[in-house]
Write a protein that binds this ligand. Structure first.
Ligand SMILES: Nc1nc2c(c(=O)[nH]1)N[C@H]1C(S)=C(S)[C@@H](COP(=O)(O)O)O[C@H]1N2
Ligand SMILES: [Mo]
Length: 533
């Protein structure tokens, strides 16, 4: 204030005051650039050392571990499952503010700026070294980040002051001599913006790369437990006419709301079972691996699948029966809904009764003999035979909360989809391909039919509205998967229409009535047209 008055007294038009204000902004920018560079270097080094050694992650983790329970509850209430993102954004904002202050101070006394950086570096180092599983190299991201930040601050402040020790005085005197020239100002601004922008880009790249490496490594190191009970292997007779009973992990459909796939380090992952239970549980990934496992083929289906669509796949899943975990947690009576929540906030609501009725509902950790692919929910997901994915198959699972259907609507329910969604009896023609041209003579019509947990008892095919002909059903290992079917056909020249319908073990014949996927699954007969030459 006194400075401003003194300047104003000597410079009534105020142009000097503006210059001083601008110079403070430049000094602040220098400090912010140093902070940004520190974080970016930290993220990049952490990509090599360990994602959890990055200053932001390490300090954030230490804050979470040491925060009082009330603070955590408040954070969760304010930010929900984004609380960890909020914490990091908050830390970045704090560092920007402190960085700016350090920049302003460094212009007057360089050592204050450098000491400030050293202090932040020390906080990062201590936080990283005290994390569980930390090695001595976990100090590197904060250490090198602070070193590069110090260099950055020193260089930028030099650019500001032109190396002159008298610059500091310039801010408090009315001497017109030391104001930065236009070229110097531009050079400084370029340097500062390039550093800030470059640091942001490099920091994000480092973070992404680091998380990718951590998760890929952890995934490749998972030793899959041996399931108890009979081993399941799909019989070769389950395949038909070049169609495969088992869908490969690479070709399995993928549906989720995740813009970026959550990459979860199993070392820090936990599954919480809470809500209306007598005994809340929390399991680490290792806890889960030590439990008795089952391995089953289950055909997953998406409610959005149109008649004839391909949002369906059959895989062999290895996992812990949900029933065992629920029995242990002891749900209260009236807790008729299990809300499974993913790390990214997606929720699915499954009837508690369905999860305890003896079917092979599981917390799956493997798909077709390998740890879950990241896209399919690594490290753990739900698999429930007989229900569409949106009410059961939560990937990147974090929590099972016992609730009731009256009290909570899961993700898709307010968006118009049904609360209860058992999979409907359906069938699809895969051979010949719809719209294709086939040579006259012996042709095999083949496809899949499904009615998970009820099972398929019959598939019928008709050509050109002729009589329904029973198709041959291929083998299956259980009622929880689709069944391949086939029918030989003596194709005559000309255009033809082929239709299919299935019947489930409950005697229900697939309805001809066409319904769209919303609210609880499409219905109608799949029909294709082929041209025979
Ligand atoms: N976390 C999360 N899990 C999810 C979803 C999602 O959006 N987020 N979508 C569900 C839906 S609608 C389906 S059909 C299945 C699909 O599983 P897949 O991608 O492994 O085939 O995942 C379910 N699990
Ligand atoms: Mo879905």
């Amino acid at each position: 204030m006194t400075v401003a008055l003194r300047i104003l007294a000597a410079d009534p038009t105020g142009s000097r005051l503006v210059t001083v204000a601008k110079q403070k902004v430049y000094a602040a920018m220098a400090g912010i650039a140093a902070s940004a560079v520190a974080l970016a270097v930290g993220e990049i080094i952490a990509a090599v050392v360990s994602a959890r050694s990055a200053p932001l992650v390490a300090v954030g983790g230490a804050v979470i571990d040491n925060a009082p329970e009330s603070g955590k509850e408040l954070a969760i209430r304010l930010f929900g499952t984004n609380d960890k993102v909020a914490l990091q954004v908050g830390t970045v904002i704090l560092l920007v503010v402190f960085g700016a202050a350090l920049g302003v101070m460094a212009v007057h006394r360089m050592w204050v700026g450098l000491a400030g950086i050293a202090l932040f570096g020390a906080v990062g180092v201590v936080a990283a070294l005290t994390r569980t599983g930390a090695g001595a190299d976990w100090a590197l991201p904060s250490l090198l980040g602070a070193a590069v930040a110090a260099l950055t601050l020193w260089l930028l402040v030099r650019l500001l002051t032109g190396g002159s020790d008298e610059f500091a005085g310039e801010l408090t005197t009315t001497s017109p001599a030391r104001a930065m020239g236009g070229t110097e100002r531009r050079r400084f601004l370029y340097a500062a913006w390039i550093l800030i922008g470059g640091a942001a880009v490099a920091g994000f790249a480092g973070r992404t790369l680091g998380q990718r490496t951590v998760v890929n490594t952890a995934r490749s190191r998972v030793v899959l437990p041996t399931p108890s009970g009979r081993p399941v292997l799909a019989p070769a007779e389950a395949d038909v006419a070049g169609l495969s009973y088992v869908t490969t992990n690479e070709t399995f459909y993928r549906i989720d709301t995740a813009i970026v796939v959550p990459r979860i380090d199993p070392a820090v992952w936990t599954l919480t079972i809470d809500g209306r239970v007598g005994r809340p549980l929390r399991l680490t990934f290792d806890d889960l691996l030590r439990r008795p496992m089952i391995e089953r083929y289950v055909t997953l289906a998406c409610v959005s699948n149109e008649v004839g669509g391909d949002l369906i796949g059959n895989a062999r899943w290895l996992g812990v029966p949900v029933k065992d975990l629920l029995d242990e947690a002891a749900p209260e009576s009236g807790a008729d809904q299990v809300v499974s929540r993913s790390v990214d906030g997606f929720t699915a609501g499954t009837p508690t009764e369905v999860l305890r009725d003896g079917r092979d509902a599981m917390i799956a950790i493997a798909m077709n003999g390998e740890p879950l692919p990241v896209e399919h929910g690594f490290p753990a997901r739900m698999v429930v035979p007989g229900l569409y994915g949106y009410v059961s198959a939560t990937k990147w699972l974090a929590e099972l909360e016992l609730s009731s259907f009256a009290d909570f609507d899961a993700y898709w329910i307010p968006r118009g989809w049904a609360q209860q969604a058992p999979i409907k009896t359906e069938s699809r023609i895969d051979r010949p391909r719809s719209g294709s041209t086939v040579p006259a003579g012996a042709v095999v019509i083949a496809g899949v039919a499904w009615a998970q947990h009820r099972g398929i008892s019959r598939v019928e095919v008709r050509v050109d509205d002729g009589p329904w002909q029973p198709a041959t059903l291929a083998a299956t290992v259980s009622t929880d998967t689709w069944r391949l079917w086939s029918l030989p056909w003596d194709a005559t020249a000309g255009p033809h229409k082929i239709q299919v319908r299935a019947t489930d073990n409950a005697g229900e014949v697939q309805t001809e009535t066409q319904a769209p996927p919303i609210p609880d699954g499409a219905t109608g007969w799949h029909q294709i047209r082929v041209n025979v030459e």
